[in-house]
Design a binder for this molecule. Structure first.
Ligand SMILES: Nc1ncnc2c1ncn2[C@@H]1O[C@H](COP(=O)(O)OP(=O)(O)OP(=O)(O)O)[C@@H](O)[C@H]1O
Ligand SMILES: NC(=O)c1ccc[n+]([C@@H]2O[C@H](COP(=O)(O)O)[C@@H](O)[C@H]2O)c1
Length: 299
């Protein structure tokens, strides 16, 4: 059985004004009993902007599932999307409420077993302003919710409960940024990768995964690379297609319709420069809403 992580820090207290409205930790799709007695229950959490969620974001979980099924040590019992706070500071973020709604629509349309945890996206400070939560804190809180509050996952014969292992699910491009201590302080990585670990999905259109994880050598025993397929799906590309009125192939149809209904992503540069820096919102640069319906991909 794989080694169980231990909590390095006291779990985050739930701030009094953590959320604008009602919130309960979602666990309806968390499988509470292991199937295979030899395995450790694994919960995956994908942190990111999801502005908007694409078909590939949900496929990350499918790729991870395919990968983990072939391992001898883990069994996936839960999958979470945790959209980041509006305070993350990425210019391309639309309001958390929209990003959460789009994640939920995508999950429903695809009949996916993923849950959306709204806690990170809606967390607020005492003054009621959106509060950014560093990713290690997100995983610590999930660990606390599942293992301390819910009491973990039952063994296959139901005789006892064990702690689920929580792991981050990310793309190789995000792993590549982890070499920069200005973005990921070593203390964050020591918790995130040193205690929890990550499944890192290849993203060949953006970087070489082996190069990306080289600087993370210290944590290699907690990192696993998940094979993917050639694709250039990204939220940036989708946003650019919406602005220019091109066909959008990489969104669930309900998400596309939501974007049109709420007039999201209509402002921005007209040239299709997909670099992240080119994605700054330009006030008043409203482009007409696309008229063509999306061709939903089946993947
Ligand atoms: N095509 C993809 N292949 C592998 N990982 C992906 C892919 N698209 C997104 N991800 C991963 O999903 C997580 C959330 O990504 P995010 O919401 O930033 O999407 P994005 O497409 O990278 O967005 P943007 O284009 O706005 O930068 C990150 O870990 C990212 O690496
Ligand atoms: N030090 C940290 O905890 C840290 C640094 C950079 C990004 N992140 C997270 O990584 C994710 C990145 O998302 P994007 O790929 O959309 O930028 C977000 O969830 C963000 O909160 C965390």
């Amino acid at each position: 059985m794989a080694e169980q992580p231990t909590l390095a820090r006291t779990p985050l207290p739930e701030p009094k004004q953590a959320h604008a409205g009602y919130y309960a930790f979602p666990h309806d799709k968390l499988r509470r009993r292991l199937r295979d007695a030899r395995k450790t229950p694994l919960v995956l959490v994908a942190c990111g902007s999801f502005s908007p969620i694409t078909t590939l974001h949900l496929q990350l979980f499918e790729l991870a599932d395919h990968y983990v099924e072939r391992t001898t040590d883990f069994e996936i019992v839960g999958n979470y999307l945790s959209p980041c706070s509006d305070n993350y500071g990425k210019p391309s973020l639309v309001a958390a409420e929209h990003r959460i709604n789009m994640c939920k629509l995508a999950i429903e349309e695809r009949n996916s077993n993923v849950m959306v945890d709204e806690w990170e996206a809606l967390r607020r400070d005492e003054a009621g302003n959106p509060l950014y939560t560093p990713t290690p804190d997100v995983l610590e809180r999930l660990d606390h919710q599942i293992n301390d509050i819910l009491g973990g996952i039952e063994t296959s014969d139901g005789s006892t409960a064990v702690r689920a292992r929580i792991m981050l699910l990310i793309g190789a491009d995000l792993a590549q940024t982890m070499a920069d201590p200005e973005i990921w302080p070593p203390a964050h990585l020591d918790v995130l990768l040193g205690i929890y670990g990550a499944l890192i999905v290849e993203r060949p259109s953006q970087c070489d995964v082996e190069q990306a994880i080289l600087p993370l050598k210290k944590y290699h025993d907690k990192i696993r690379v998940v094979p993917s397929f050639d694709n250039d799906v990204s939220s940036s590309k989708v946003r650019a297609q919406i602005r220019t009125g091109e066909s959008v192939l990489d969104l669930p149809e309900s998400v596309y319709e939501y974007i049109l209904a709420h007039k999201l992503y209509r402002d921005g540069p007209l040239n299709r420069d997909l670099s992240k820096d080119a994605d700054k919102v330009i006030d008043g640069d409203a482009t007409p809403a696309p008229t063509r319906p999306p061709v939903a991909s089946n993947g």
